[in-house]
Design a protein around this ligand. Structure first.
Ligand SMILES: [Zn+2]
Ligand SMILES: [Zn+2]
Length: 387
C-alpha cells in the first residue's frame, strides 16, 4: 500500500519525527500491506469504523479492477480548515517497472510454464475431511509462480525490478486543504496510488482528522468559544478586543450600555464562523459564551469593604418560610470533583450508567452465541455426508 507523510518543514515537526519517527507524524500512513482501510480507521479515529462509515462493496482498498487504493488519515488543525492550506507530502508507492514495462522479464525473455504446477497456477493439496482417515484433494495457488503458471529463470528476470514487475518509488504530492472542509472529509488523488501491470492505478485517499482546538469548537459552519470577562466588565460593560480569531484577526466588541452580563450568557457574532466549503466568502456564525471572573481575595483586602457593600445590591435574608429547627454548620471548602467521583451515579445519567452497569457494561455481552458456527469443533465441515 502506498504511504505518505508530510514534508518536514518546521522544527516542531522535526522534533516529533525524531522522537516518534514517521508514525508520530502520520499514524496509519505507515500501514503495511496487511492492514486494511478499516484497521487504519479503527487505529486512527478510535472505535469501530462501521459506526458512521460504510466500507461497502466499493470500499477503498478492496476495489477490483484497479491497483490498491491507499487510505491515509491526515491530521489538520481548525486553523487549517479555516484558512485553507497546501500540504506537500512525500509518498511511497508501487509503480510499474519502466525497464520491463511490467513483464518482469529481461529483454525478450519469455517466461516458461512453471514446473511446480505444470503451468496450471495451482497445485493439488491433500486436505483432511470428515475424519482422520479420509482425505480429499483441493486446489491451492502455486507458491512458486504466484498463481500465474509461468516462471522466469533467475537470469531472465528484469534487472531493475528483479522480476517483481513493479518497483518502490518515492514521489512528492501536494494536497490542498480547502477552506471550510470538514472533519473526516476525503481528498482523493485519483490514480496516485499503487500501480499493477495491466490495471489502472489505485487512488490515494486522504481523510482529514481535525485535532481538538483549545479555544474554538466547531458545529457545522458555526463556531463556539468562551470569553472570560471580569466582574467589573459584567456589571459596567466593556469595549475591547475580546478574542483572537483562527486567522489571527482580533475581534473587538462593545457591550451595550446599561447591560449586565450574567455567567454563561451567550451572544452570536454573525459571519464570524467557519467559511462555507466551496463558498468561502460565506461564513457561519460565532457563538460566544461569557465566563465571569470573580475578583480574588487580594482585591478584597485593598478595598473598603463597607463602601463596596454600600454600592452592591443588598445581601439576602434567611430562607422563607423560616424553619422551626435551625442547626449551625461549618463552612468547609470541598472539591466538588471528588464528591462526584465518589457518589453513585443516579441523577441525570442514571439511564446511561445505572442500567448498563447492572446488565454488563459491554454491549458485546448481549451477543447471541447461536450465531457461532460450531461445526469446526467436531472436526468435520458442513459438506460431510450424513450417514
Ligand atoms: Zn522490470
Ligand atoms: Zn506454479
Amino acid at each position: 500500500m502506498a504511504a505518505a507523510y508530510e514534508v518536514l518543514v518546521d522544527e516542531e515537526k522535526r522534533s516529533i519525527y525524531d522522537m516518534h519517527g514517521k508514525d508520530g507524524l502520520s499514524r496509519g500512513g505507515r500501514g503495511g500491506p496487511d492492514m486494511d482501510a478499516a484497521d487504519i480507521f479503527a487505529q486512527f479515529f478510535g472505535g469501530h469504523p462501521s459506526f458512521g462509515f460504510d466500507f461497502g462493496p466499493d470500499a477503498p482498498g478492496n476495489r477490483r479492477g484497479t491497483g490498491q487504493d491507499s487510505i491515509i488519515p491526515h491530521e489538520v488543525t481548525l486553523e487549517d480548515l479555516y484558512n485553507g492550506k497546501s500540504v506537500k507530502m512525500n509518498m511511497e508507492k508501487e509503480v510499474v517497472c519502466t525497464v520491463c514495462k511490467g513483464s518482469g522479464a529481461r529483454g525478450n525473455a519469455k517466461p516458461k510454464p512453471c514446473s511446480t504446477c505444470d503451468g496450471a497456477g495451482s497445485t493439488h493439496v491433500k486436505t483432511r475431511v470428515c475424519s482422520d482417515s479420509a482425505y480429499g484433494l483441493s486446489r491451492a495457488r502455486c507458491t512458486d509462480c504466484g498463481g500465474s503458471g509461468q516462471r522466469l529463470k533467475e537470469k531472465e528476470r528484469c534487472k531493475k525490478c528483479k522480476g517483481e514487475k513493479t518497483i518502490h518509488e518515492k514521489t512528492r504530492q501536494e494536497i490542498f486543504i480547502e477552506k471550510g472542509m470538514t472533519d473526516r472529509q476525503r481528498i482523493v488523488l485519483a490514480g496516485a496510488g499503487d500501480q499493477e501491470p495491466g490495471l489502472p492505478a489505485g487512488d490515494v485517499i486522504f481523510i482529514l482528522k481535525t485535532n481538538p482546538h483549545e479555544s474554538f469548537e466547531r458545529s457545522g459552519n458555526d463556531l463556539l468559544t468562551h470569553v472570560t470577562i471580569t466582574l467589573s466588565e459584567a456589571l459596567l460593560g466593556f469595549s475591547r478586543i475580546i478574542l483572537t480569531h483562527l486567522d489571527g484577526r482580533g475581534i473587538s466588541l462593545t457591550s451595550p450600555r446599561g447591560k449586565i452580563i450574567k455567567p454563561q450568557d451567550s451572544i452570536v457574532i454573525r459571519g464570524e464562523g467557519m467559511p462555507v466549503y466551496k463558498h468561502p466568502q460565506e461564513k457561519g456564525d460565532l457563538y460566544v459564551i461569557f465566563d465571569i471572573e470573580m475578583p480574588d481575595q487580594e482585591w478584597l483586602r485593598t478595598v473598603d469593604v463597607k463602601s463596596v457593600e454600600a454600592i452592591l445590591p443588598p445581601k439576602r435574608q434567611n430562607v422563607d418560610p423560616l424553619p422551626e429547627i435551625v442547626d449551625e454548620a461549618d463552612f468547609e471548602e470541598s472539591d466538588i470533583v471528588d464528591v462526584r467521583a465518589r457518589s453513585v451515579p443516579h441523577s441525570h445519567n442514571f439511564f446511561d450508567h445505572g442500567f448498563s452497569s447492572q446488565f454488563g457494561d459491554d454491549e458485546d455481552d448481549w451477543e447471541d452465541d447461536d450465531d457461532d458456527d460450531d461445526d469446526d469443533h467436531y472436526g468435520h465441515g458442513p459438506d460431510c455426508p450424513t450417514q
